[in-house]
Design a protein around this ligand. Structure first.
Ligand code: SAM
Length: 325
């Protein structure tokens, strides 16, 4: 075990895990935290909340408090904190997700093109839309901090994740090591360009929570959020070359960008839109290139009890039990 793996296990043991997060914040849904953090920052520090305050809320924490929770020297040596005087701050957020720890930029990080984004609801839509059952190879394109692989590492025996943002790849590797997810390999890559050639045609799952194509040439737009208008077409072309003959491609994205590309694909296409009428539509698309040609478009209303799409929505759309989009 590496020192980082040991530290990750200690952090989880000492309170950086979803149950402790839910007890502290009222939810373990990471996408709900940005709205809750201002109030959480005001709370008194307790032994149980020290690591959450440091790594989730991004708060400055007195060293003597931190020392009680975890090996301070290890945190410092492994560059997880900056120490100033008698207190420390986390260099990046470290968020509990399932059995894993995810590293991304703190919520108070100034916007920049290379910001490594906090997981939002789109991250959950994509991760939960992946088909269950253990398979061999999964390629997650535009993986960011590797939310989906860290939330569902059990889905395959090998995972490759790519991102064009080198900082995102650095943090994805950090999260994977803290989580001892050793079968995840992350590449700095435009889509699948840098993935080893022997992955072509072999992936049981190819996934992407796509940035939003926009008519905007602003060079400072955040890369995690928006992209050029040709992105979805290039994404599906690369997915087609990587997916195994019996594999599936799962993409979360803007419906207006997905629709024209999906319309021209062979095989089975299932699209479920989840946004209400009047807002820009967002959807998950499942594509099985090797299946009989079929194209189903349905919609599903999100509820408090079922706030994200899941793979069950694909099954329901194919069975005709969801309303047409
Ligand atoms: C909406 S974010 C999704 C991040 C993460 N997968 C999640 O679900 O939280 C889109 C990601 O795609 C990455 N990206 C944008 N263009 C890309 C490209 N051409 N190749 C690879 N990644 C790209 C961004 O840097 C960003 O991390």
């Amino acid at each position: 075990m590496s020192l980082v793996q040991v530290l990750g296990a200690r952090l989880r043991y000492a309170g950086l895990h979803p149950r402790a997060l839910a007890a502290w914040a009222g939810t373990d849904r990471l996408s709900a935290l940005p709205a809750l953090l201002p109030a959480l920052l005001e709370r008194d520090l307790t032994p149980a909340s020290t690591l959450l305050a440091l790594f989730v809320a991004g708060r400055e924490v007195p060293l003597d408090r931190l020392r009680l929770a975890v090996d301070l020297d290890a945190l410092n040596r492994l560059d997880l904190i900056d120490i100033a005087g008698t207190s420390a701050r986390a260099r990046s957020a470290v968020l509990p997700i399932g059995q894993a720890l995810l590293a991304c930029d703190r919520l108070d990080t100034a916007p920049s093109p290379d910001l490594v984004c906090w997981p939002d609801d789109s991250s959950y839509h994509l991760a939960l839309a992946l088909p269950p059952g253990r398979k061999q190879r999964w390629l997650d394109l535009g993986s960011g901090s590797a939310f989906a692989p860290l939330m569902r590492p059990e889905l395959t025996t090998e995972i490759a994740a790519t991102d064009v943002n080198a900082r995102a790849v650095e943090l994805a590797r950090h999260g994977a090591e803290l989580s001892s997810v050793a079968h995840l390999t992350s590449y700095v890559s435009d889509l699948a360009d840098e993935v080893p050639a022997d992955w072509r045609g072999t992936c049981s799952i190819v996934s992407c929570n796509a940035p939003i194509p926009e008519r905007d040439d602003d060079p400072y737009r955040p890369r995690w959020r928006s992209t050029d208008l040709g992105f979805i077409e290039r994404l599906f072309a690369q997915a087609a070359s990587c997916v195994a003959p019996n594999g599936i491609v799962v993409v979360h994205g803007a419906h207006d960008a997905l629709a024209p590309v999906i319309a021209d694909l062979p095989g089975e296409r299932t699209v479920v839109v989840y946004t209400p009428p009047g807002a820009r539509g967002f959807a998950v698309a499942w594509w099985v290139p090797g299946a009989e040609p079929r194209h189903v478009e349905a919609k599903r209303t999100l509820t408090e009890a079922r706030p994200h799409l899941t793979h069950d929505d694909r099954i329901a759309a194919l069975a005709g039990t969801l309303p047409a989009a």
